[in-house]
Ligand binder design. Structure first.
Ligand SMILES: NC(=O)c1ccc[n+]([C@@H]2O[C@H](COP(=O)([O-])OP(=O)(O)OC[C@H]3O[C@@H](n4cnc5c(N)ncnc54)[C@H](OP(=O)(O)O)[C@@H]3O)[C@@H](O)[C@H]2O)c1
Length: 276
């Protein structure tokens, strides 16, 4: 086999940065997709210092703008590289508002942007299979009581943005399920995971009054937080296609995430949303 290529979203910091460094150490050719070339450059420099020899490509990607996602897909395909691993890692928590196309912010960034990115890269992943897709979800999906379909095209309604975050992470799990079902006759597998509660910049948008609550539990380091992503890359099997992991093993999803029909409904909603 020639070079192994992985695309990671949100690799300039946090769990994504550690994942990028780990894969670079193994000699992967990396494509780092993110909002800022400037903020990604220190990670590219770190990778070059590892001496693994392959300079990562930076590709601009703003997940809150579906046009930027389409442009990212075009640029990735134009690199004319194979693609073996897609890690949908970027995310926001507690950030309120709407995306460029007026979807609720957490839903738009965490789910819809990654949905469109993944759909755009499926043919490339298929032609270079066996390949895998890793969706970084969260145990916070247990907090979602329903998908408020009618609110997905409105600004964030809650004060903290936490309930919208929970819905977006539920969507990561439902999407992983749908995708596995649709790809079952291919050699692409996909997995969702909870990385743990990790000390990263993800908490920057959470209102100040909630921060002391976050500190009540000890947090993992980003190095520890990347472990379940690496587990899914290295050890998740084809029998586990579409499943959800935490602490480097299979984990239970919430009753809502197991509800029949919901993955399909989300799939159709997302497809419609991405047509425009
Ligand atoms: N940390 C935790 O405790 C925890 C727990 C459960 C799940 N997770 C999940 O783990 C994943 C990684 O989070 P993290 O903790 O490493 O957070 P982080 O340090 O805040 O990193 C998030 C990454 O997402 C990128 N991003 C945010 N908005 C974006 C947008 N609109 N377009 C493109 N990229 C965007 C950020 O880029 P910028 O630097 O440009 O903002 C950054 O690179 C997320 O999916 C998160 O939901 C984290």
């Amino acid at each position: 086999m020639g070079q192994t290529v992985a695309l990671i979203t949100g690799a300039n910091t946090g769990i994504g940065r550690i994942t990028a460094l780990r894969l670079a150490k193994r000699g992967y050719q990396l494509i780092l997709a993110g909002r800022s070339a400037e903020r990604t450059q220190p990670v590219i420099d770190e990778i070059m210092r590892l001496g693994a020899g392959k300079r990562p490509h930076f590709v601009p990607l703003a997940l809150d703008d579906l046009d930027s996602v389409r442009d990212c897909v075009r640029r990735v395909l134009a690199l004319d590289l194979p693609l073996h691993l897609l890690i949908n890692n970027a995310g926001v928590a507690g950030l309120k508002g709407q995306t460029k196309q007026a979807y609720e912010m957490a839903f738009g960034v965490n789910h819809l942007g990654h949905f469109l990115l993944t759909q755009g890269l499926l043919n490339r992943l298929q032609s270079d299979s066996p390949s895998r897709i890793i969706n970084v979800a969260s145990r916070a999906h247990w907090m979602a009581r329903s998908i408020p379909w009618e609110d997905l095209q409105s600004p964030t309604r809650s004060i903290t943005g936490v309930s919208e975050y929970a819905v977006s992470k539920l969507c990561n799990i439902l999407y992983t399920k749908s995708l596995a079902q649709r790809l079952k006759h291919t050699s692409i597998t996909c997995y969702a995971l909870h990385p743990g509660v990790v000390a990263t910049e993800i908490w920057r948008s959470v209102p100040g009054f909630l921060r002391p609550l976050l500190r009540l539990r000890p947090m993992l380091s980003p190095e520890e937080g990347a472990a379940t992503t690496m587990h899914c890359i290295d050890h998740a099997s084809s029998e586990q296609n579409g499943m959800y992991f935490a602490d480097c093993r299979l984990a239970a999803v919430s009753p809502l995430a197991a509800q029949p029909g919901l993955p399909d409904r989300l799939w159709h909603f997302s497809e419609q949303a991405c047509l425009h």
